[in-house]
Design a protein around this ligand. Structure first.
Ligand code: DP6
Length: 322
């Protein structure tokens, strides 16, 4: 019997992943780029249990919902296929993200699970291999394997993984305006957008060109260009989501107010840019020296927290039975 524990952090995309080219392999319609954060880790233990008839999954000390357990089980099936194993596992996970902040993400969850499961089942994988594996659980998890700024290539099954990219120093101010569960999951909303939005093709083309521009801006260390591209790309993603049928609106009036305030800050000379994932909460992208000032200005609109670049997924312990 063997067991392994791994820890990973969520990431916020500066160029968003929205849409799959292949659902089974979780290949994205376009590449994306994100910042892995230094907050809200998920720590996951995978313990092989030859006596167990099926996998079990405990989240924050309680048995997880059946749908979550099934998703973890499907992921482990893939790991077992690759490892040539038929042994079930007991998985337990602790997620330090505040409930409903939009950061209790599948990215940190599957990055930690992939890292722990690869070790427990004896799959020797480097960072690219772990990123490819994590991708099968949740696309954005491919990026949480990598520390700090990560670019995830659209590629094919072999080449679709994330790797580090240099960029300007930055912080993020997370503004939580709404803690309720989102009405439609990212996975379902992504599928609906691809199937029904007349703009989906244009979105995928625009995301690839945003990624090229973002990669160049990161390499040049150009904070202003990074921020501009990120804000525009986020608004385009929300536009394509809203154009699905039936429409999905993640950004509410309270989130839009944060975008307004960020624009007002820029007019005053305090440089900040806004982005939002598939949920109501907004993140301001700022230079490190401006983080506290921007956080103070946005505090009236929601609960604020300043975060920065964090580590990639890593093993924290391993046990091997004789
Ligand atoms: C809006 O990675 O959760 O956060 O691959 O279906 O599990 P699945 O989707 P997921 O989608 C994340 C979407 C996003 C944008 C992003 O992180 O790039």
């Amino acid at each position: 019997m063997s067991a392994a524990t791994a820890r990973a952090h969520p990431n916020i995309a500066l160029v968003k992943y929205w849409g799959k080219r292949d659902e089974e392999l979780v290949l994205p319609a376009a590449g994306s780029l994100s910042l892995t954060l230094d907050a809200f880790p998920t720590t996951t233990t995978v313990r092989l249990d030859p006596a167990a008839r099926e996998d079990s999954f405990e989240l924050n000390g309680d048995p997880a919902a059946p749908a979550q357990t099934a998703r973890v089980g499907r992921f482990l099936d893939h790991v077992r296929l690759r490892a040539g194993s038929a042994v079930s596992a007991r998985v337990s996970s602790v997620n330090e993200a505040p409930t409903g902040a939009g950061l209790a993400s599948s990215a940190a969850g599957f990055a930690a699970l992939a890292t722990a499961a690869a070790s427990a089942y004896g799959l020797p994988l480097d960072s690219a291999g772990l990123s490819r594996l994590a991708r099968r659980g949740s696309g954005s998890a491919a990026r949480s394997i990598v520390p700090g700024l990560a670019v995830w290539h659209a590629g094919d099954d072999e080449t679709s993984f994330a790797e580090p990219i240099a960029g300007p120093a930055m912080r993020m101010v997370i503004v939580t305006v709404d803690r309720s569960q989102k009405p439609v999951s990212s996975r379902e909303a992504m599928r609906r957008t691809a199937l029904t939005s007349p703009f989906h093709g244009a979105w995928a083309v625009s995301a690839e060109s945003s990624l090229r521009a973002m990669t160049a801006a990161c390499r040049a260390g150009d904070f202003t260009r990074v921020g501009r591209i990120a804000e525009s790309n986020a608004l385009r993603m929300h536009a394509v989501i809203q154009s699905a049928d039936p429409p999905i609106r993640y950004l509410t009036a309270r989130g839009t107010a944060v975008f307004d305030e960020v624009e007002a800050l820029r007019r005053e000379g305090l440089e900040a840019y806004a982005t939002a994932d598939a949920g109501p909460n907004v993140v301001a992208i700022v230079r490190p020296d401006d983080a506290d000032d921007v956080a103070a200005r946005l505090a009236g609109l929601g609960a604020v927290q300043v975060v920065g670049p964090g580590p990639g997924a890593r093993l924290v312990s391993q046990e091997e039975d004789a």
